[in-house]
Design a protein around this ligand. Structure first.
Ligand code: NAD
Length: 477
């Protein structure tokens, strides 16, 4: 066992932290050195029965708490999160691998998300519809949908859990979160901040066999809403389960973000910005820029400048102050990214990569150039530190080629031409588009994808709406 302060959490069931009844455990591993950190107890079917009963009680209690008070309690939880940032961020770096500065930033972003939703709780207005007859009145009321089952992944464990926790709790729902087993402690430390302010059962946290947990929760009549962030295959599976039990579902399933760099772009400004954004979290971000379509006149200069900046990144353990990029989060991801690079190079791509440490789950920042749009890395989501670069001749061609992919989450455009901005914003099939910048996700705006990237939105008023039902009231005097 590591000598670190790391401790895997228990399960939060009905207001109590406890080990799973089955005694089954998983080992949590530090991706920077491949060494075990601790063992995590898993929930069994009997634990989940307790969870569901408590989720119903928690909902019955929490929905009665006035929106003003819900807001105040969530805001107090946010203050605790901010006070505990150093602790939460260190856990996140140990179990996920990202540099400590990024872990601190993620903790801040998760707090911002919950804070925004907390404020939004006081603005869940219904509406009054003009009446059809004298002495009558028509209202639309908003009501929390009910207990929520939420599934979050390991790449941004805090932010992607906070999007679900904040929305559900602000709306007045109870929520059962199954976060990723690979990164359990940072999420538990965040959930603890919430649990200290909320009635038992309003928020619960479980770890277990993902397929068993999702099957049990989604099939239960207690659960009224499902929300998942993760891969397309698992999203399809959960959508089927939700359909079978007629549950509302929100899905955020990743992306393969196009970046269109027009001939008038200023590479001196674009390259440092996009390289930092690309390799943040070792590229394991659903919104990471991955397919770079570069105007032919800039192709050579862009490729050289990007490769030089990528090679200069300092790789290492996230707790080391000099580290700019950590390992990928697990051995599975390392193998998958290396396999994707190998298959793409096998089809003739030119590969430019720097060195990477040989212990732990590191993958060197890698640029793949001069390949066909049908090459594996252009088609499959890399979800790692891999960028593909290809030249284009006309903007229409770049848009068509960018759209020729099943994903549609984020997109990026660099140009000063109003005409180009208009064309791309009208035609590019994405849920978010950043022009001359990289900001595609903020708490107050909807975040979600089209095509295989999922459906529904998180964050923004749309994200809150996902946890609300509308009830029509027609009064006649
Ligand atoms: P995976 O498909 O095995 O799992 C993805 C996530 O879903 C994990 O958090 C896992 O715990 C959970 N999961 C798996 N089966 C489940 C089930 N039956 N019910 C509920 N949850 C379940 O993939 P992985 O190896 O963990 O990640 C690889 C791929 O996942 C990446 O290539 C990427 O496409 C995708 N991914 C996307 C995001 C995102 O932000 N959209 C985040 C993480 C992973």
């Amino acid at each position: 066992m590591s000598a670190s302060p790391y401790r895997a959490p228990g399960l939060l069931i009905d207001g109590q932290w406890r080990r799973g009844r089955s005694g089954q455990v998983l080992t949590v591993v530090n991706p920077a050195d491949g060494q075990p950190l601790d063992t995590l107890g898993l929930a069994c079917a009997r634990d989940l029965e307790d969870v569901l009963a408590s989720a119903q009680r928690g909902f019955d209690t929490w929905r009665q708490v006035p929106a003003h008070e819900r807001c105040a309690r969530l805001e107090r939880a946010v203050v605790r999160m901010r006070e505990r940032t150093e602790h939460i961020a260190a856990l996140l770096t140990l179990e996920q691998g990202k540099p400590l500065a990024e872990a601190r930033m993620e903790c801040g972003m998760a707090a911002d998300l919950i804070k925004w939703y907390a404020e939004e709780a006081r603005r869940t207005y219904g509406r009054i519809i003009p009446a059809r007859a004298p002495c009558s009145r028509m209202d639309v009321l908003k009501a929390p949908v009910g207990p929520v089952a939420a599934f979050s992944p390991w790449n941004f464990p805090l932010v992607l859990s906070a999007r679900k926790l904040g929305g559900a709790l602000a709306a007045g729902c109870s929520i059962v979160l199954k976060a990723a087993e690979e990164t359990p402690a940072s999420v538990a430390a965040m959930v603890e901040c919430l649990a200290e302010e909320l009635p038992a059962g309003a928020v619960q946290l479980v770890y277990g066999d993902p397929a068993e947990v999702s099957q049990a929760l989604i099939a239960s009549p207690v659960i009224r809403k499902v929300t998942f962030t993760g891969s397309v295959p698992v999203g399809r599976h959960l959508a089927q389960l939700a359909g079978q039990h007629l549950k509302r579902i929100t899905l955020e399933l990743g992306g393969h973000a196009p970046v269109i760099i027009c001939a008038d772009a200023d590479l001196a400004r674009v390259v440092p910005m996009i390289v930092a954004h690309k390799f943040r979290n070792a590229g394991q971000a659903c919104l990471a820029p991955t397919r770079f379509f570069v105007a032919r006149a800039l192709y050579g200069d862009f490729t050289d400048a990007f490769a030089a900046a990528a090679r200069a990144l300092r790789l290492g353990a996230g707790l080391e102050a000099a580290t700019q990029m950590g390992p990928v989060a697990n051995a599975r991801r390392q193998a998958a990214v290396r396999d994707l690079i190998g298959r793409t190079v096998g089809q003739g791509a030119r590969m430019i990569a720097g060195p990477a440490p040989d212990k732990g789950f590191f993958v060197a920042p890698t640029l793949l150039a001069d390949m066909a749009d049908t090459a594996p890395a252009m088609q499959e989501e890399p979800f790692g530190p891999v960028a593909c670069v290809t030249p284009f001749d006309t903007l229409e061609e770049a848009i068509d080629r960018a759209n020729a992919n099943p994903y549609g989450l984020a997109g990026y455009l660099f140009t000063d031409s109003a005409r180009s901005i208009h064309s791309v914003s009208a035609r590019l099939e994405v849920g978010s588009l950043a022009v001359n910048g990289v900001g595609v996700s903020v708490p107050e705006a909807p975040f979600g994808g089209v095509k295989d990237s999922g459906h529904g939105s998180e964050s923004g008023t749309e994200g809150m709406e996902a946890f609300l039902d509308s009830k029509f009231m027609h009064y006649t005097a």
